[in-house]
Design a protein around this ligand. Structure first.
Ligand SMILES: [Ca+2]
Length: 85
């Protein structure tokens, strides 16, 4: 039995939503990540968070950018596996 590092979990969600396979998320893919982890934001909120998360202004969200955003929203990585909270 090995303990999986929590990093794998967000990474897995990230990769699953990264349809382009280029290690970054566009706005639509970003929305899919939010769905995957159970965050329901309005379209305007998603757009707003996307722009705020994109700290290097390249128009895409990288995994580190995603992590910073989610942590700033109080999201916990354990939410990936447990539906109860
Ligand atoms: Ca970026």
């Amino acid at each position: 039995m090995t303990t999986k590092p929590t990093e794998d979990d967000l990474h897995t969600v990230f990769k699953r939503s990264d349809l382009g396979g280029d290690d970054r998320l566009d706005l639509m893919e970003f929305g899919m990540v939010l769905d995957s982890i159970g965050l329901s934001w309005t379209r305007a909120e998603v757009q707003d968070r996307f722009e705020r998360a994109d700290t290097n202004r390249d128009g895409y969200i990288s995994l580190p950018e995603l992590r910073v955003l989610l942590e700033s929203q109080g999201w916990n990585e354990s939410g990936v596996h447990s539906a109860h909270g």
